[in-house]
Design a protein around this ligand. Structure first.
Ligand code: ADP
Ligand code: MG
Length: 851
């Protein structure tokens, strides 16, 4: 430890007033008792010594050892952030996830007995920060934005970067930037030093791959000390399925039933991939094991309602199919013979890994089923920390937020579906999508560890050991290797980090991705394509807390009072589809048909349609909403232009506001209330930003928008095109030599479109409003979905002549055509207007001549 405490400083830390300080805290006795049991509290002295003597300290400890809740309190008690101390700046704590940001701020406030303002949080849509704030929890995205305004982070005396092992994109960038801030803060002039003390940084991580931070000389020239917090971890028995089921939700249901009916007391934690699966499983479990009647809290009601929405939808769509499945499980019939699979026989408990005499028979005990995922209202999220009602068994169905960010007390059994939903980035097309895939071995072991926090536990993996051995990567890839990084690159440019290629990333992304991001920013006009420096336009773009594509739309959309509509659209696009149906999840298996003969496209289309059957009821609802309620005011709405999927968001937002922004409206229209609320908040935030930063723009701040005019609708399509200018598809026949004149189309089904960056073709997705319409010659898409065939989603019809104007940076202009009398326009006599035939994109698609 002496070795460890040896000073490794970038600046002079000697006149450290904080050490003379201590702040008295009045904790409730039960809280004090609970925290003293946390392993990290045994290391308080060591940790504080290390922080005093080093600018960077790494704390590495098992999930649940108390890092997130306790380390900020150590600092607070030692006088950091105290107004009279020299280190009076805030204690900042960053988190990759919103769920953890809010719940940890609340918990630390409660433990310290301080107000919501003193221990505050800030996430994109919400903040409790005030002048009284001492400890501030925030998502790392929030701090990155602050950095572009205050590169020295003068507000902060200490910064805790939490969950560094997640290797989330923003966390990685943050660590890179902060490594530079440290140097800047240490190298200040003498006077500045009086005011601004050297910054301390604490990087906290679960016990995974710390070497990426310690052994990266570009990041920290002197390797920072690592404090290991040794948490007691009880043994966890791991049981693999003999066979890997197709339906892991169904399998989880069976497994939980068995555990609950046969195994001794202890909470169950189930890992699934997303909200859709989680609500499904919760619903089935609640139906089978009804809970005790509970005093109904508000959050319980909201969450119940979310579950019910899904219930009513699937019941309608599948006509009671779920009931049958329940019966199968209970009877254990019809499932045994196929693979001689004993596991499907619910009377056989051999797979539970318990001796016969250990098995309880606790049938009919109530199960206290709680979901946990990021879109859940905060109150509902916090219920997982409360002890379950007397006599019930806790059962939490969670996403991988419960893997390391949030520790749920009392878990003895873990059921691991083995998968997670990840954002993917197609480097060729630049389009992102969500995909469900196996997690990593490291993640699976983390999940298993959740069962051994309070005593020996069991982990049931719903996949075979062969799959684990062969299909699981050792670690998940850092997000920076999987993500579109244009937003981060733009932000870095706005911080005057021009040379992103040489930035000290913990794991440098492939140069290819950085070049691509720079290129896209070039197409969007945000950076100068030659100098790679941010343009004035890009600077404005970077002010908005949304991805560059969307901020481009926002800035382009100022004409003809379009801005309120554009703000509504980009808010919805940023928050994500507010409709309950999660397309990404329902379409994760279409690849199966991809290996088959590919020549019968119609069949494939049929298959896709089959996959979508479940959705179709829902889609009808969705379209009805778009068509029927033009802001609930019209009987006939000549204005509705069925030319863009993206405009449906405008209608939803408009209708929502006219309904008084009620949950009832969301219920009736299959909308997620939380998403609609977030969209509302983001709209307000963006509107205020425009109003205060661009006083010359006279923006209407009334959330209730007038229905847009026809002209405005057309402009909106142009605005959408501006943000997606590199996602253009052209109807294949248009590019054929005869210009497609020989063909006529009744509708857009099955009409192939060429993609601009690859030689593949794609088709308009059946969920699109354009499906069944006359197919436009050119369109832009917001998502390219690779299934049995390539599907274009989020489609907008584009007039070919727009491309030359909106997508100038992607056009090449041929020699001017001979024109007998070049026209002169306006007062500028030098401005000759000629006929030019532009061509668009890397393939040189011909566009109509411009005049
Ligand atoms: P780490 O960051 O090391 O993973 P945490 O500080 O998150 O550990 O958790 C320490 C303990 O605090 C855990 O046992 C966890 O269950 C408990 N805890 C965290 N938040 C709450 C809460 N809101 N209510 C009750 N207990 C909580
Ligand atoms: Mg933590």
């Amino acid at each position: 430890k002496t070795q460890l405490l040896k000073s490794n400083t970038e600046g002079d830390l000697s006149n450290d007033v904080a050490k003379h300080f201590s702040v008295t805290v009045n904790r409730k006795p039960e809280i004090q008792a609970a925290r003293l049991k946390l392993p990290v509290c045994g290391e308080e002295q060591v940790i504080m010594e290390a922080i005093r003597n080093n600018t960077v300290v790494i704390i590495c400890g098992e999930t649940g050892s108390g890092k997130t809740t306790q380390v900020p309190q150590f600092l607070y008690e030692a006088g950091w952030s105290h107004p009279e101390s020299d280190n009076s700046g805030l204690i900042g704590v960053t988190q990759p996830r919103r769920v953890a940001t809010v719940s940890m701020a609340k918990r630390v406030g409660e433990e310290l007995n301080l107000s919501e303002q003193e221990v505050s949080y800030q996430i994109r849509y919400d903040a409790t920060v005030s002048n009284n704030t001492r400890i501030k929890f925030m998502t790392d995205g929030v701090l990155l934005r602050e950095l572009s305004e205050d590169l020295l982070l003068t507000k902060y005396s200490t910064l805790i970067i939490d969950e560094a092992h997640e290797r989330n994109l923003n966390t990685d960038i943050l660590i890179g930037v902060v490594s530079r801030v440290l140097k800047l803060r240490a190298d200040l002039s003498r006077e500045d030093r009086q005011r601004i003390k050297p910054l301390r940084v604490v990087i906290m991580s679960a016990t995974l791959r710390v070497s990426d931070f310690t052994e990266n000389k570009a990041l920290f020239p002197t390797p920072p000390p690592v404090i290991n917090v040794n948490a007691r971890q009880f043994p966890v028995n791991i049981h693999f399925n003999r066979r890997t089921p197709d339906d892991h939700v169904g399998e989880a249901f069976k497994k939980v039933s068995k555990i609950h009916e046969r195994l001794p007391h202890g909470g169950i934690l189930i890992f699934l991939t997303g909200q859709n699966e989680i609500t499904q499983l919760c619903k089935r479990l609640r139906k089978k094991y009804p809970a005790l009647p509970q005093k109904s809290s508000n959050s319980a009601k909201i969450e119940e309602k979310l579950a019910n929405e899904l219930e009513s939808k699937s019941t309608k769509a599948e006509a009671g199919k779920e009931d049958l499945e329940d019966e199968d499980v209970e009877l254990g019939e019809n499932q045994i013979d196929e693979d001689f699979d004993l596991e499907s026989d619910s009377d056989d408990d051999s797979d539970l890994g318990f001796d016969e005499d250990e098995l309880d028979d606790v049938k009919d005990a109530p199960l206290h089923v709680l979901p946990l995922y990021s879109m859940l209202p905060t109150e509902a999220q916090l219920r997982v920390f409360q002890p379950p009602p007397e006599g019930t068994r806790l059962c939490v169905v969670a996403t991988n937020v419960a893997e390391t960010s949030v520790t749920i007390p009392g878990i003895r059994y873990v059921v691991d579906g083995g998968k997670s939903k990840e954002r993917r980035y197609d480097i060729d097309t630049g389009v992102q999508s969500f995909q469900v895939d196996w997690t990593s071995k490291a993640a699976a072991n983390q999940r298993a560890g959740r069962a051994g926090r309070t005593g020996p536990g069991h982990c049931y993996r719903l996949f075979s050991s062969a799959v684990f051995d062969h299909d699981f990567a050792q670690f998940s890839k850092p997000e920076i290797e999987r993500m579109p990084i244009e937003g981060v690159v733009l932000n870095m440019k706005a911080m005057n980090i021009d040379n992103v290629i040489n930035f000290p990333f913990p794991t440098p992304p492939p140069k290819e991705n950085l070049f691509k991001a720079e290129k896209l920013l070039g197409y969007l006009g945000a950076v100068n394509s030659t100098t790679k420096r941010i343009t004035e336009f890009g600077d404005t773009m970077s002010m908005f807390p949304i991805t560059p594509r969307f901020s481009k739309m926002l800035i382009t959309g100022q004409q003809h009072d379009c801005l309120p509509y554009v703000i509504a659209i980009v808010s919805a696009l940023s928050v994500g589809d507010p409709f309950i149906q999660d397309y990404h999840l329902d379409e994760t298996q279409p690849g199966e048909s991809a290996n088959e003969e590919d020549d019968d496209d119609d069949d494939l289309a049929e298959q896709e349609l089959g996959n979508l059957k479940k959705q179709s009821v829902f889609d009808k609802q969705r379209r009805k909403l778009t068509r029927k309620k033009y802001y609930q005011s019209q009987v006939k709405h000549a204005g509705l232009d069925p030319k863009s999927d993206i405009l449906k968001f405008l209608n939803v937002v408009g209708a929502y506001e006219y309904s008084g922004a009620t949950t009832k409206f969301c219920d009736e229209n299959f909308l997620r209330p939380k998403a609609m609320e977030d969209i509302r908040k983001l709209r307000r935030q963006l509107t205020n930003m425009v109003a205060s930063n661009f006083p010359h723009i006279n923006i209407c701040v009334d959330p209730q928008m007038k229905p847009p005019s026809k002209l405005q609708l057309k402009l909106l399509r142009q605005v959408i095109t501006a943000g997606l200018i590199d996602c253009v598809a052209m109807r294949q026949d248009v590019l054929d030599t005869d210009g497609g004149k020989g063909l006529s189309f009744k509708n857009a089904n099955n009409v192939p479109y060429k993609l601009m960056w690859s030689d593949e073709v794609a088709y308009i997705h059946p969920s699109s409003i354009l499906y069944g319409q006359s197919p436009p010659p050119v369109l832009i898409y917001s998502e390219l979905f690779k299934g049995g065939r390539n599907w274009l989603k989020g489609v907008t019809a584009v007039e070919p002549k727009w491309l030359a104007k909106i997508g100038k940076s992607l056009c090449t202009f041929g020699r001017p055509l001979e024109y007998p009398y070049p026209k002169l326009i306006g007062d500028n006599k030098n401005h000759r207007v000629c006929h030019v035939v532009p061509s668009f994109g890397p393939k040189g698609w011909p566009l109509p001549p411009i005049e």
